[in-house]
Design a protein around this ligand. Structure first.
Ligand code: NAD
Length: 328
């Protein structure tokens, strides 16, 4: 399938990844017909007048049918989600995204959508494989036997299975990416749903603005993660959609860092050195997680192209511009 000859719907288009995806699709000459998000239109991170923009709650089945009508391709990114602080304290809310996924799949099947993309997560992986900071990168098969992140991860794994069975039983072609920590400009950086890269940028900028040269770090800072820049994510998402790969694929960076190293990077970008205060009882997620990209590299030739230092500099710059504008 070539996206340029299809009519495309993006769900969750008012959010971070959805907003970037709509823009990248349009830049690539794709006919993005419709963009949908539950948020009021004026709060979307990005929007385009070239597209029909609808503010609809996709937990509602009728809204899903209205969104899917006339579309060939659906990118389903709408979900109630956030960083560890959000998903550990809002398990039921995260699991309720199952309504959105169920109703969007049904609507896609019944309105004749050809292909459905689902944004799953590295949170589907078995927790036993992520107990130490010195992790072996996760391969796709490591999701089973299942012991995902409670709440959010179980919902993602269940919805992956629904995609699989909608394809097997109903013939709706489905494609699934397991995103590993995506970051970049034009996303959440405060309010409780932000993830580590944006949160650390915000804290460093706050320290600079206030002159209080200290930073609170969740956990002991030795937990390891990899972070994928948004441009790599949107590119990989389109490659997976166009591909013939029916099994979930990792889409992430394999540049592993500790949270302390991530703070080092941001301090260096900001030109400050802060006193670190470790909050050991804060939500910190698994001890270590990295993405094994062998499958996607071998099948689609995709690999992350943007180094963490470079992506973080762009992210920092955007968050700083937002915070300085608010401070004025
Ligand atoms: P985001 O919160 O910025 O975007 C999600 C959007 O979905 C939001 O704008 C929200 O308003 C919208 N939404 C939520 N419920 C809705 C509903 N009922 N109807 C319509 N819209 C609704 O998050 P994001 O980072 O852009 O994530 C996009 C997708 O990627 C999500 O499914 C998320 O679980 C997945 N994912 C993201 C990451 C990451 O690091 N950002 C990692 C793994 C998976």
């Amino acid at each position: 399938m070539k996206l340029t000859s299809e009519k495309v719907l993006v769900c969750g288009a008012g959010g971070f990844i959805g907003g970037h995806l709509v823009h990248d699709l349009l830049n690539n000459g794709v006919n993005v017909v419709r963009a949908v998000d539950a948020k009021p239109f004026d709060t979307w991170y990005q929007s385009s007048e070239a597209v029909e923009n609808l503010s609809l709650d996709l937990r509602n089945k009728d809204n899903c049918y209205a969104a899917a009508a006339g579309m060939d391709v659906v990118f389903q990114l709408a979900a109630d989600m956030g960083g560890m602080g959000f998903i550990e304290n809002n398990k039921a809310l995260c699991m309720l995204s199952v309504l959105t996924n169920t109703h969007m799949l049904l609507a896609a099947k019944d309105t004749g959508v050809e292909r459905f993309f689902y944004s799953s997560s590295a949170c589907v992986y078995n927790g036993d494989k992520q107990k130490t900071a010195d992790v072996v990168p996760l391969k796709e098969e490591d999701a089973y036997p299942a012991m995902p992140e409670d709440g959010y991860g179980w919902e993602k794994l269940f919805s992956e299975r629904m995609c699989r069975h909608f394809e097997e039983d109903f013939g709706l072609q489905t494609r699934v990416a397991r995103y590993h920590n995506v970051y970049g400009p034009l996303g959440t950086y405060d309010g409780g749903r932000e993830k580590a890269p944006a949160a650390i940028c915000r804290k460093v900028i706050q320290a600079k603005i206030s002159g209080r040269h200290e930073i609170e770090i969740w956990g002991d800072g030795r937990q390891t993660r990899s972070f994928m820049y948004i441009d790599d994510c949107t590119k990989g998402t389109q490659a997976i959609l166009e591909s013939d790969i029916r099994e979930p694929l990792n889409l992430g960076s394999n540049e592993l860092v500790t949270i302390n190293q991530l703070v080092d990077i941001v301090e260096e970008i900001a030109g400050v050195k802060l006193e670190r205060k470790y909050k050991l009882d804060a939500p910190k997620g698994v001890n270590g997680r990295n993405s094994d990209n062998t499958k996607i590299l071998n099948s689609l030739g995709w690999q992350p192209s943007i180094r963490l230092r470079d992506g973080m500099a762009k992210t920092y710059e955007w968050i700083e511009s937002q915070m300085l504008a608010l401070a004025r």
